[in-house]
Design a protein around this ligand. Sequence first.
Ligand code: ADP
Ligand code: MG
Length: 775
Amino acid sequence: QVALEKVLSRRSLQLQNEQQAWQDSSEGWRMIQLRLSLPAYKERDAILNAISHNQVVIISGETGCGKTTQIPQFILESEIDALRGATCSIICTQPRRISAMSVSERIATERGEKLGETVGYKVRLEGIKGRDTRLLFCTTGILLRRLLVDRNLKGVTHVIVDEIHERGMNEDFLLIVLKELLPRRPDLRLVLMSATLDADLFSSYFGGVPLVQIPGFTHPVRTYFLEDVLEKTGYRLTAENQIDDYGQDRAWKSNKQFIKKRKSQIASAVEEALGSADFKNYSQQTRESMFCWNPDCMGFNFIEFLLCKICENEKPGSVLVFMTGWDDISALKDKLQAHYLLGDTGRVLLLACHGSMASSEQRLIFEKPEGGVRKIVLATNLAETSITIDDVVYVIDCGKAKETSYDALNNTPCLLPSWISKVSAKQRRGRAGRVQPGECYHLYPRCVYDAFADYQLPEILRTPLQSLCLQIKSLKLGSISEFLSKALQSPELLAVQNAIEYLKTIGALDESENLTVLGRYLTMLPMEPKLGKMLILGAILNCLNPILTVAAGLSVRDPFLAPLDKKDLAEAAKAQYSRDYSDHLALVRAYEGWKVAEYELTGYEYCWKNFLSAQSMKAIDSLRKEFQSLLLETGLIDNNIATYNTWSYDENLIRAVICYGLYPGICSVVHNEKSFSLKTMEDGKVHLHSNSVNARDSKIPYPWLVFNEKIKVNSIFLRDSTAVSDSVLLLFGGTILKGDIVSSFPPYVYALYESIRCDNFYPFSYAWAGLGCIL
Ligand code: ADP
Ligand code: MG
């Protein structure tokens, strides 16, 4: 023990000396000056003092004041000074992998080290960390997974949870777990950090803990709402200007009838919205629907115009554009690159900032361009709080963000662009005033802003809880509903019950809510359980490739385009991929065709000819890779991929695996004389979406359809579906088939069902038993 202590204190001294040497170098001196200038530095002593006297401390301060990069370093340095540096272990969680990576790299640079020395990071499938790493940045998900095997966080001295104001599902979940852990680990310190925050809520959740506020400073930001922007720029918001907008492929624009209809919609919406005095009195829903003419409030054309105006007329300074999602960012980037001024790399540096960018691209975002070049960054809400670009002077805010929402009553999830909250709008605005007075252009009228919610609803209250419930079970946290009742804000009981019921139906939980073997595997795959299920069985039954495509396809925007004016042509194009009553198999074929074309460098032409979205195809391609690495990570497959594809061309097998994943999304096909009708157990009569390949035939020679999603517009429509036989549904459709479904099987199938039930055998029990041995 004594010898060990000696070694450790020698190591701590060494750390101290190394830092001193770095600080004495000229680059180190420059970094120190930068760090000293951050507002967080002024509160250094107060922060450290609070942490040493309290188990839990909340720290809040304006974005960019130095919370993420400085506070973990303060703790690290004070531990090193106290010669405990070699024994401390600080974990700091970030909601996104990109921030965990970029922040750790930044801190290593500030300390004159390489990543993996004192500072490291760990995100899913990647990480750099060494023997001496004392400060580890990771995603919240990684810490939750560590808790799975290390319930007491042995050896960890400090946990810092960053960006708690975002109220992500994982963060809320982690807080419940940590709150329970604190009494068991009285020496553990917990620091919660946030930009704008409902401090009382967090403080009282932990029983009235102290709050350290870092006073911030931002330069004034001049704010323009849509009406002011129009006045300032002299832009005429006419229908013609707005046609070329989001989501609409330019090729379809030529259709006159379509344009005419859009024109009148747009014109009346704009007129009503901006001209009418009582617009303020309309309900929020009406206001929102008025802006439906463009999913993101304003078209690309307007953003392009505004960027030009800024580049031509305004003082130097970078521009930050907040967009809804990655698809829109890349589409706008393409458009801008073709513009004579904005595409000129000698004058403009055009960058995209999103969750999966390469680190070389990341560095460019922070760098100040030289020689009068103006930097324009197109970003998602990632740049709202977790990434700070210092030289931004102009902000353009589209007002929307993609948000998962969940309707507990209809039990349907959706990922849709929705209006941001007032707090988010303020954050976005604040990004413009970091270095000098700035300007912010909100591309929506003030009255729409007035109707924004103050705060965004926490994720736990607006998303399906299936994955969360699985995690609660895998962490052995007891009864799901009891555990969730301890959350900062608990989700609706109905939502919890739906999730548990679903997990039981798909066989991930048993009747007494314990994880099954399948359930345990699903907890290791961070994706919707139905996708995980499909992938697991696809790997077991050696038809992995097509199933990877189907699972990826279910997670991106539909790649089959259906432009209004070329509907027939588009349908014919889709029909060439479908011969077997399955939208999912049609997608598999389309993807495979694209892959070949892409290999021959004709991917775009292929998409163009076949009415496919090249963007979705690329997204599917990269998701497939991600899914495959996840399967590798869990040990479900090894690197010998060919062996998992020996049955990849057996369409009936693929159909069965799809059924296994999508169950209980099933509907029965009832044939009558000329056509057929469809029924589900919960809704009664339903319809097929007109884009489905199954909507074109008057007969489907199968008794069942499995589907991924229903949407409700007047009546209920099924989007993509795959036809399956009785026996496939029986063998692959979950473990418990409900009574009325079973009774509608033909007698021979019913007999089979009975015999299976009596033998207490259920499909793949051998396979699952095999998996059980691995675990
Ligand atoms: P907060 O967490 O309070 O929002 P940060 O600690 O992230 O603030 O940032 C503090 C400062 O460090 C900001 O001025 C930011 O621009 C700068 N910074 C952060 N990361 C980098 C980086 N990778 N490169 C250059 N500057 C950075
Ligand atoms: Mg931060």
